[in-house]
Design a protein around this ligand. Structure first.
Ligand SMILES: Nc1ncnc2c1ncn2[C@@H]1O[C@H](COP(=O)(O)OP(=O)(O)OP(=O)(O)O)[C@@H](O)[C@H]1O
Ligand SMILES: [Mg+2]
Length: 406
């Protein structure tokens, strides 16, 4: 654990540092409050042991600054005060310190208090992990339920539109010979009435019919009806495919290990998120033949989805996502590369942290890559990210072909 010591007295500082280092902690030490605050901001400090009276910034202000800082983890704060200044310790506790130690320092007491602080930090960590897991599973379950609900809703109307189109096509084919008969009858009559020079009302009617045929361009209509019906049927087939993909993708509640074709998972996930991608992204695929992978298929689809959505969100104007799959020994490797904005080097180590996001409120929760990380971990796989600002980002995933229970 990284511990910060803020102590202006050289001897006490060295004494503290020695004990803590002996306990295996990484120590950063400062000789005044300002230096301590600077070091605190630069390091990933989990515990602070601070003197009360210090030049520049005193312990009380340091403590206040730390508590007011927006941190994604808890920092355990211990005050060190002189024996006759007990009231200072109470003040310290009031501004957010967790504990205090009275000088002169007793090494055994110090160790015991640090251990107690560690227990609190561990509890906090465990609590955070559980709540993140809960949130993730809730998010995944609700996406699954939503997708399944939408798929069901679309399925019903698509079913009857598709079946009506089929009937319509049959009706039209049935009516065609009849229409042809009408038309040749009209043509024949037209010739007869012309040669007979007769002036029956039927002649009027025939000329109105032939005029109407011309006006509406009956030949074109008869031809185009076929095309329109065929196009509509193609449309409903496509809707059916999307619904199937959506169902494949969601599978709410069906959380079990299966043999899955990851290329197919990538394809169906691409179809599901296509609407998000299509405006600014071209997708190229280089999918090798893969063995079936023992896995939780819908969870891996979730991985692909989160990576595709991130990639397209990183593309400002126009760009591409390249997807490549390979089988290497007993692992399947999936590379997803984009030509988006890239990730700054100092953020690369944070992107898998829960709630780390650079997106505006409402656009990103910062859970996407954390979900990805946990799913890959569950499959005993590996995930790695390479990125260059202005050039793009590549996520490389390796998943063992055989699933191993924990
Ligand atoms: N392909 C990428 N290109 C550039 N930056 C990325 C890429 N993928 C992730 N990031 C960075 O990592 C951060 C975390 O990503 P993550 O998917 O965990 O959360 P998010 O996309 O911000 O929110 P959400 O929970 O909606 O997914 C993003 O905010 C972004 O800054
Ligand atoms: Mg995301």
């Amino acid at each position: 654990m990284e511990i910060l010591i803020a102590e202006d007295d050289f001897v006490s500082r060295c004494f503290l540092q020695k004990i803590l280092e002996k306990l295996g902690h990484k120590v950063v030490s400062a000789e005044d409050g300002q230096e301590a605050w600077d070091l605190f901001q630069q390091n990933n400090v989990r515990m602070v042991i601070t003197d009360w009276m210090m030049p520049e910034i005193d312990g009380l202000t340091l403590c206040r600054n730390i508590r007011q800082a927006k941190l994604d983890h808890y920092v355990y704060l211990i005050f060190v005060t002189a024996k006759d200044q007990k009231k200072d310790s109470i003040k310290g506790l009031e501004v957010g310190a967790d504990d205090y130690i009275i000088k002169p320092l007793d090494p055994e007491e110090l160790k015991a208090r640090i251990r107690s602080g560690q227990r609190i930090l561990e509890l906090e960590e465990a609590f955070k992990k559980t709540s993140v897991q809960l949130l993730q599973s809730e998010k995944m379950a609700s996406i699954g339920q939503l997708a399944a609900g939408v798929a069901h809703e679309i399925n019903n109307p698509t079913g009857f539109v598709s079946s009506n189109l089929k009937t319509l096509s049959v009706y039209q084919q049935d009516m065609m010979p009849l229409l042809e008969q009408y038309r040749s009858l009209v043509a024949g009559l037209e010739k007869d009435t012309a040669s007979l020079q007769c002036d029956y009302p039927v002649a009027d009617s025939i000329s109105r019919i032939t005029q109407l045929e011309k006006d509406i361009d009956l030949d074109f209509i008869l031809d185009d009806i076929q095309n329109l019906v065929a196009e509509c049927r193609e449309g409903t087939d496509r809707i059916k495919k999307i619904v199937m993909d959506l169902k494949d993708f969601a599978h709410p509640g069906e959380d079990q290990v299966k043999n899955a074709d990851l290329n197919a998972g990538i394809e169906s996930t691409l179809n599901v998120v296509w609407n998000e991608l299509k405006y600014n992204t071209t997708v190229t695929k280089d999918l090798a033949e893969l063995p079936l992978v023992e896995c939780y298929p819908q969870q891996l689809n979730q991985v692909f989805m989160n990576l595709f959505v991130n990639a397209t969100q990183a593309i400002k104007e126009k760009g591409s996502i390249d997807i490549r799959t390979r089988c290497i020994d007993d692992q399947v490797e999936i590379r997803i590369r984009d030509t988006g904005c890239g990730i700054p080097e100092d953020q690369l180590s944070k992107v898998f942290d829960p709630f780390f996001t650079t997106k505006t409120v409402g656009k990103g929760t910062g859970l996407g890559l954390n979900v990805v990380y946990n799913i890959i971990k569950k499959h005993h796989g590996r995930i790695h990210v390479n990125s260059k600002i202005g050039e793009g980002t590549e996520f490389i995933i390796q998943i063992p072909v055989r699933y191993e229970e924990d």
